[in-house]
Design a protein around this ligand. Sequence first.
Ligand code: DQA
Length: 157
Amino acid sequence: MASRILVLNGPNLNLLGSREPHIYGRETLADIEATCRKRARALGLTVEFRQSNAEGRLVDWVQEARGQFDALIVNAGAYTHTSVALLDALLACGLPVIEVHLSNIHQRDEFRQHSYIARAAKGVICGFGGKGYEFALEAAADLLVPGRKKNKKKKTT
Ligand code: DQA
């Protein structure tokens, strides 16, 4: 059975495409979802995409993910920098978590440079726009698809 990935998106990410495009680009969340679906298929994963502006909803989804999904990809938006509740839910869920941000949060305002949820993440990908979600799917496949890492071709020259 294909490994199941839940991709969670936090507040204001529904506005992608028109929201500060000089920072977040012109791609909409639906564009990113479509690209991820294709990429996931090629990687032998299934993907479910969700977005909410509500912190509690995100916490509920993380709690419910156990047993239904094999890994989480999370762009928590601004809750990244504020939410101990989301951190606790991610720590409790027992699933591998990959944190994603479109922008390079380390080049931005000081308050964006700290992530509460990073403590629960296997790794953090930021600064590559929507492409970061694809990189996160690759990382999830490396973690979950048996034999995948081993079979990757080595460059000979
Ligand atoms: C973001 C970075 C956050 O600081 C911000 O609040 C967002 C988006 C990103 O993807 O770059 O909403 O998570």
